[in-house]
Design a protein around this ligand. Structure first.
Ligand SMILES: [Zn+2]
Ligand SMILES: [Zn+2]
Length: 120
């Protein structure tokens, strides 16, 4: 299974870093990721949301990539790197607290979500 790059549409998008965040009102799983595509050099920030509530066909995944400036990429990468427990949604570190409002990270084009698709 491959992640499709939202820029060049090749199945070469890679998640290069990730931090799991606390569940939200609509998602049981929530993560902020750094994504990069070696084919077209796209680099961005991504948000992954998954809900497993209710019946099987109510399950959904929302995976969006966002373009960012160099500073935006650096800021997001720094926040993810600084967390000592990236796979613990209940971690209370400064990064986790800051990323609870991830869309306040500056330099990221939060108003332009690009869907990340799966290819089998
Ligand atoms: Zn690409
Ligand atoms: Zn943390």
């Amino acid at each position: 299974m491959a992640l499709v790059c939202p820029k060049c549409e090749r199945g070469t998008l890679k998640v290069t870093a990730a931090i799991e965040l606390a569940p939200t009102a609509r998602a049981d799983e929530m993560a902020v990721q750094m994504v990069a595509c070696p084919t077209c050099s796209f680099e961005g920030v991504a948000v992954y949301e998954e809900s497993r509530r209710g019946a099987l066909d109510d399950e959904w995944v929302n995976h969006m990539a966002y373009a960012a400036t160099e500073e935006g990429l650096r800021a997001a990468r720094r926040l993810i790197r600084a967390c000592p427990h990236k796979r613990d949604p209940r971690c209370g570190c400064a990064s986790h607290r800051a990323l609870a409002d991830y869309d306040t990270v500056e330099g990221v084009e939060w108003e332009h979500p690009m869907p990340i698709l799966f290819r089998r």
